[in-house]
Design a protein around this ligand. Structure first.
Ligand code: FAD
Ligand code: N01
Length: 532
């Protein structure tokens, strides 16, 4: 058994969040270590290697802002960089800031127990390596615990099973019969690539999503030279904005515009990618009538791209507001559905009854399959945290407590679990923002917090249960003022008694940042601080 390593801070995960957290901790002179399940850095961009994977927030925004030199030296090739380029960027960040020497790869954190007497976390891994750390920081990712559906007979399938978030690049799909499950952002990105390679692609769809044209294009030297001096100002504007984007909502209410003016405005915003259409008016995520105009516009655009009326009917979303489920970004998805080798099966009309050795049987037919691709998403926000057996004060289990509803004060800390931080946890803007911007804000707040505690001789910090509950109620009240609760989506978690809990904070990145800063300035109001 390896000797227990003693640290000031242990960080779990080496994606955007874990890398920057490690850098900040080391800068502050703390002994810190990252533990990462993957063989390399990158997190999302290490695991999601499916063809077609790319970001849908422009890369000049979806990247670190903390180092002007890094920003100056890295050149993004396209408006939305593909996965290999984002992975190369994060590998570059790790090399540039010499981070790899403090990352333990291919190691999964399995358990963590708080030792009240010693004021440290005792952390266990699947490699037998154990750590004690004064602070435990979960940079485990909001979208890193993949969902595999429990389909009847899946165990008897003799072909290859892939998940978009655990992609195996060695599998050759050329000339194979491929069955794809899921038409969220991942399914929509991978479909055209599968269609090009497969003999036959059958897309098993449950809920149709709205997808807008990505509007991707190469970035010219002229554009990059022009935007470089503007970046600090644009980044600051994004920090104070609702969603953390450079673009902000166009003024006006959709329902008050004339039909002609509205059609013209929506047309202009249609091809502007996922950060475009929802910003066409300021009330699209709040007002049902306004939203219905934009949704109808999007439906007609979608149907207009598909030749077969029956396929168009199946993939045209109905019954929930535009944007209340993650708006998807597409490059060739609807075109791919027009190909002769692609078919769509709506599993709500035609459920899967059995998977056999080499086929998918539904209530209406049999579809041969050599490869099943699951683009079935994630146990979002809480899945990777719940996978660790975390025991706080008096042995209380975080997983057990979150089964009654995930909760965290400011999305950053949990009552009963001292000296533990969650980056992009429940109750923070996280997945409903430019996530890199939100990660930077969390990392910088945590780093400042640890420095302040040290300066004040504080060794123990714990969220107060009242403050936490008030925050979650506030977060929920804001969500209820929007159209998000009108849809079933992964933005909602479920309690053990089936109640829905809206997970991200919708009060806006700027307002959220101000609140976190005010808490810190008020001697960490809402936290109990303890000294040895
Ligand atoms: P991750 O990148 O998920 O990293 C977490 C790491 O923790 C993983 O490497 C995982 O292996 C590790 N880990 C987890 N549990 C353990 C454990 N117990 N032990 C050891 N290691 C563990 N967001 C946007 O804002 N814009 C986009 O355009 C965008 N595109 C996306 C595209 C895809 C395909 C996906 C899946 C997500 C996308 N996201 C996007 C969200 C994306 O997850 C975040 O932007 C960001 O990359 C998250 O970084 P992170 O460091 O918080 O988590
Ligand atoms: O996952 P999802 P994702 N049979 O949960 C379906 C980010 N991201 O990986 O909606 C058939 O959205 C499920 O159906 P339903 C982004 O934040 C960004 O695609 O539950 N289908 C749904 O269609 C995104 O939102 C990009 O009815 C089944 C799909 O699987 C988040 O990651 C790219 C099923 C899952 O969709 C997650 O996206 C990729 C079953 N049994 C990801 N079970 C960019 O473009 C589930 N489904 C930047």
């Amino acid at each position: 058994m390896a000797e227990t390593v003693k640290l000031d801070a242990l960080v779990v995960g080496a994606g955007f969040a874990g890398l920057y957290m490690l850098h900040k901790l080391r800068e502050q002179g703390l002994s810190a270590q990252v533990v990462e399940a993957g063989k390399g850095v990158g997190g999302t961009w290490y695991w999601n290697r499916y063809p077609g994977a790319r970001c849908d927030i422009p890369s000049v925004e979806y990247s670190f802002s903390f180092s002007p030199e890094l920003e100056r030296d890295w050149r993004w090739s396209e408006r939305y960089a593909p996965q290999p380029e984002i992975l190369a960027y994060l590998e570059h960040v790790a090399d540039r800031f010499d981070l790899n020497r403090n990352i333990q790869f291919e190691t999964r954190v399995t358990a963590a127990q708080w030792d009240e007497a010693a004021t440290y976390w005792h952390v266990e891994t699947d490699r037998g390596q154990a750590y004690t750390a004064h602070y435990l920081i979960l940079a485990t990712g909001a979208l890193s615990a993949p969902n595999l559906p429990d389909l009847p007979g899946l165990d008897s399938f003799t072909g290859t099973v892939l998940h978009t978030a655990k992609w195996d690049e060695s599998v050759d799909l050329t000339g194979r019969n491929v069955a794809l499950f899921g038409t969220g952002s991942s399914g929509i990105q991978v479909t055209p690539e599968l269609a090009k390679r497969a003999a036959q692609l059958t897309v098993f769809q449950r809920t149709p999503n709205f997808a807008v044209p990505a509007g991707n294009h190469p970035l010219s030297d002229e554009y990059l030279a022009e935007i470089a001096p503007q970046l600090p100002g644009l980044r600051e504007q994004a920090r104070q904005s609702p969603l953390g984007f450079f673009a902000t909502p166009s003024p006006g209410l959709a329902k008050e515009a004339t039909a002609d003016a509205r059609a013209q405005r929506l047309e202009q915003h249609w091809a502007a990618g996922t950060t475009g259409l929802l910003l066409a008016y300021e009330d699209l995520l709040f007002d049902e009538e306004s939203n219905s105009h934009a949704a109808e516009f999007a439906r007609s655009k979608i149907a207009g791209q598909i030749n077969d009326p029956e396929t168009a009917r199946k993939v045209t979303p109905q019954g929930y507001p535009l944007g209340s489920r993650r708006l998807c970004s597409e490059i060739g998805f609807y075109d791919a559905l027009n190909r002769d080798n692609v078919a769509v099966v709506d599993v709500r009309e035609e459920p899967v009854t059995q998977i056999t050795g080499d086929a998918i049987q539904t209530s209406d037919g049999t579809y041969p399959a050599d490869v099943i691709v699951f683009a079935t998403g994630f146990d979002a926000v809480v899945g990777a945290i719940n996978a660790i057996d975390i025991r706080g004060e008096g042995g209380r289990s975080l997983r057990e407590e979150w089964a009654d509803g995930p909760r965290a004060y400011l999305g950053l800390a949990v009552a009963g679990f001292p000296n533990l931080f969650t980056i992009t946890g429940p109750g923070s803007p996280s997945v409903l923002s430019n996530v890199v911007l939100s990660i930077e804000q969390h990392v910088e707040w945590i780093a400042q917090c640890l420095s302040d505690l040290d300066a004040r001789g504080v060794t123990r910090l714990e969220a107060q249960a009242d403050a936490e509950q008030e925050w979650m109620e506030h977060s929920d009240a804001i969500a209820q003022q929007t159209l998000f609760p009108r849809a079933n989506s992964w933005y909602h978690g479920r309690t053990r008694d089936g109640r829905r809990v809206f997970l991200p904070y919708l009060g806006g990145c700027g307002a959220y940042r101000d609140k976190c800063n005010a808490v810190a300035a008020d001697n960490y109001a809402g936290f109990d601080l303890g000294r040895d």
